[in-house]
Write a protein that binds this ligand. Structure first.
Ligand code: SAH
Length: 243
């Protein structure tokens, strides 16, 4: 049976990878991924065949995996964070129906919501939603509906893809929708470059967040009604009685 591992490498370099993910990369003859992730892997896997494809060529990247696997090579496809959270795990499983001789194994990774939450404190320590603001594959109307539903349900929220060159004002648009349901003083925060050089964490209010420009390597957190900024950390209360 041919084999492809779909590996979540966590937010940054190898330190953030699970042992299972490292094992999968060690078993692999070929490691395939977006250029940035291949570079983050560093020197350790230099004896492997390392192949990178540019962004927005996700289908080509997955087909390359099947092509290499059908040559009898063990393949690892690397994704940042978790491969099953805005990653390539589903695409490769969908394409896999045409490759019955190839087994696909998904290896979990630490997603930006949890690695970023740890940097800020504990913003997701109750029911939470993860919402991507990218409308490349999802219509904006649906994103808007999900933002409204999350706000109505008093979920803590982690926002992925809060910005890009073409979508510089999407975070502001999202905050304006949330502000229809949530007070401007709601505790929020964001983390840039989690697990990478230049990690930067900021806590702020929802009104301040609305006027903030973030880049695409940022994960944004919106607290629920019980969230507070305590000693500079963003904390969503679990509900324990402390006083
Ligand atoms: N599969 C990835 C998410 C890919 S979508 C995961 O599970 O983490 C890309 C978005 O994820 C980015 O726009 C950003 O919002 C978030 N993200 C991924 N890595 C990040 C990092 N190191 N620092 C901050 N945000 C990150």
């Amino acid at each position: 049976m041919n084999k492809i591992y779909v590996v979540g490498m966590g937010p940054g370099n190898e330190r953030y990878m699970t042992e299972e993910a490292k094992d999968a990369l060690n078993y692999a003859d070929v490691i395939i991924g977006y250029t940035l992730y291949i570079n983050l892997l560093g020197d350790r896997y230099q004896d492997k065949e390392l192949l990178s494809t540019p962004m927005k060529q996700e289908k080509e990247r997955c087909l390359l995996c099947f092509e290499k696997a059908s040559m009898g090579k063990t393949v690892a496809l690397v994704c940042s964070g978790d491969a099953g959270i805005y990653g390539l795990a589903s695409l490769i499983l969908e394409l896999g129906k045409d490759y019955p001789d190839t087994e696909v194994e998904v290896v979990a990774g630490i997603t930006a919501a949890t690695s970023g939450a740890a940097v800020l404190g504990a913003p997701l320590n109750h029911d939470f939603c993860v919402i991507s603001l990218s409308d490349l594959l999802t219509p904006w109307e649906k994103i808007e509906k999900r933002l409204r539903s999350a706000a109505m349900g008093d979920f803590a929220i982690a926002l992925y893809n809060p910005s890009s060159h073409k979508r510089a004002d999407y975070l502001e648009k999202a905050c304006n929708i949330l502000l229809e349901y949530i007070d401007g003083d709601r505790a929020c925060g964001y983390v840039e470059n989690i697990g990478r050089e230049g990690t930067r964490a900021v806590t702020c209010s929802l009104s301040e967040l609305k006027d903030t420009k973030v880049n695409m390597f940022t994960t944004v957190f919106i607290g629920n009604q019980g969230s507070r900024i305590i000693n500079g950390r963003l904390v969503t209360k679990r509900g324990y009685q402390v006083e």
